[in-house]
Design a protein around this ligand. Structure first.
Ligand SMILES: [Zn+2]
Length: 456
């Protein structure tokens, strides 16, 4: 078997054990990759149309499109499984954590971002969205720090310039010293779009605008972020309808439910994707579908905080795109897209039954659905013309012994680590290890930073 580290020329990933294309193409004969793109999907027995420089024998691999994570808070890897909040629901969990998070430093964020990205990459994730809304003193360049981490890991990212502008003094949830002025937020949003946002196929870094949630920002910043996103043609992201506490907050402070609030600030449109999207009535689901809003389902976080169950199939039936997210690591704790896909399948089976929520459906959310949430057509599927973003898994561990359907085995037997991952034609994970990363050194430094942050 060839172990060529990259595919600058023409590579045939030949006849995998199984392959999930996230569409109707039969690619059991494998994929041909030229540069950063897939150029052919081969049916069984079919040969490439032209000779290939490298042949990768994939008979021992199950191949997926690179998984796409559409909601995270990288910095929260510093507060995983923190005892004071292990058994708290959202609002008390947030109120306890805000003062700890407010001590975030640039060095700690750099380590946290690398840890989150490395963990995602090892789980088969090739594109990651992050929602960073903490900009205490000294953290003005938080997103710039994250761009460096994405470059270092060789992944793709949608980095959301988050914001908090409604502090406790004005009726919001976060402490006053963690919120920013509207103009500061908007100026930085514009700077980041101009500096980093790439457009078109193959984009590595994109910027979205992401006021944190109804209970931590003013309607003014919601409206102005929407206008700025429209002006620059970038996406909008926020948390919505995560808990009933949030619904009560909106009724009390704005005199309306969450979707009415979203509508009132100009966010009910195809540019918007929401994290969680749990507590909707039928009319609201219909309105979200009609408007083309997307929803990122975060099952692990929703179960940990006991927030509720996202109505995924009703949302899809109404025309809402559904994707997946691991959420921040203070509530999702692991940044593992395979674990998230497994939990999505199981949680949604409780709501809709075993027959309707198949492994293919859950993996479709983690790939094609997630790509659509990020406004991307060039990733999330295996087809000619798409980016060569791939996750390859081996079924040689004890947990898979005796399994039959390889694709089902990935989720049912709990695959959690890819053997190989390719981003834009480059192998970034080989033999279960990230190329060019000192993982032990990273863990040592990150653990130290986590202890310091919590100790104060
Ligand atoms: Zn979140």
């Amino acid at each position: 078997m060839s172990t060529a580290p990259s595919t600058s020329s023409r590579l045939w990933l030949r006849a995998p054990q199984a392959i999930f294309t996230a569409n109707d193409l039969d690619a059991r004969g494998g994929l041909v990759i030229e540069g950063n793109r897939i150029v052919e999907c081969l049916a069984p027995g079919q040969q490439p149309t032209a000779p290939c420089d490298v042949i990768f024998d994939a008979r021992d691999h199950v191949v997926l499109p690179g998984l796409i994570n559409t909601h995270h808070h990288f910095y929260q890897t510093l507060t995983r499984a923190w005892a004071p909040v292990v058994n708290q629901p959202l609002f008390p969990w947030l109120k306890t954590l805000y003062p700890v998070w407010a001590r975030l430093t640039p060095e700690a964020l750099a380590l946290a971002s690398r840890v989150a990205l490395a963990e995602l990459l090892l789980s088969g994730c090739t594109t990651a969205a992050d929602h960073h809304y903490l900009f205490p003193d000294g953290m003005d360049e938080a997103i710039d720090i994250q761009v460096d981490a994405v470059d270092e890991l060789g992944m793709r990212a949608m980095l959301s310039r988050g914001s908090m502008s409604l502090g406790e003094a004005d009726g919001g949830l976060p402490p006053q010293h963690t919120v920013q002025k509207a103009q500061t937020i908007l100026d930085d949003s514009e700077r980041l779009i101009r500096r980093y946002h790439q457009r078109g196929d193959g984009a590595r870094v994109q910027i979205a605008l992401a006021p944190c949630s109804p209970f931590s920002v003013t309607p003014e910043i919601m409206r102005e972020s929407a206008a700025l996103a429209e002006h620059h043609d970038v996406r909008l992201h926020t948390h919505l309808a995560e808990t009933l506490d949030e619904e009560a907050f909106c009724l009390k402070c704005f005199g309306m439910r969450t979707v009415d609030y979203l509508d009132s600030v100009g966010w009910l449109g195809p540019r918007t994707w929401l994290a969680h999207g749990i507590h909707f009535n039928d009319d609201e689901i219909h309105r979200l579908g009609k408007a083309g809003v997307g929803v990122c389902h975060c099952p692990c976080s929703n179960m940990r905080l006991a927030s509720g169950i996202c109505p995924t199939l009703e949302l899809e039936a109404a025309g809402v795109t559904v994707g997946l997210g691991v959420d921040g690591s203070a509530s999702g704790d692991t940044s593992n897209m395979m674990i998230e896909a497994r939990q999505a399948m199981y949680l949604q089976r409780l709501r809709y039954g075993a027959e309707r929520v198949t492994p293919q459906r859950a993996l479709g959310w983690a790939t094609r659905g997630s790509a659509r949430l990020l406004g991307r057509d060039d990733i999330g599927q295996l087809a000619p013309g798409k980016q060569a973003d791939l996750a390859l898994f081996k079924l040689d561990e004890l947990r898979f012994s005796g399994s039959h359907d390889p694709l089902a085995a990935l989720l049912l037997c709990a695959a959690d680590r890819a053997d190989r991952v390719m981003v834009g034609g480059e192998w970034r994970v080989v033999d279960g290890q990230i190329v060019d990363l000192d993982l032990v050194g990273l863990i040592t430094a990150h653990r130290r930073a986590a202890h310091q942050l919590v100790a104060g």
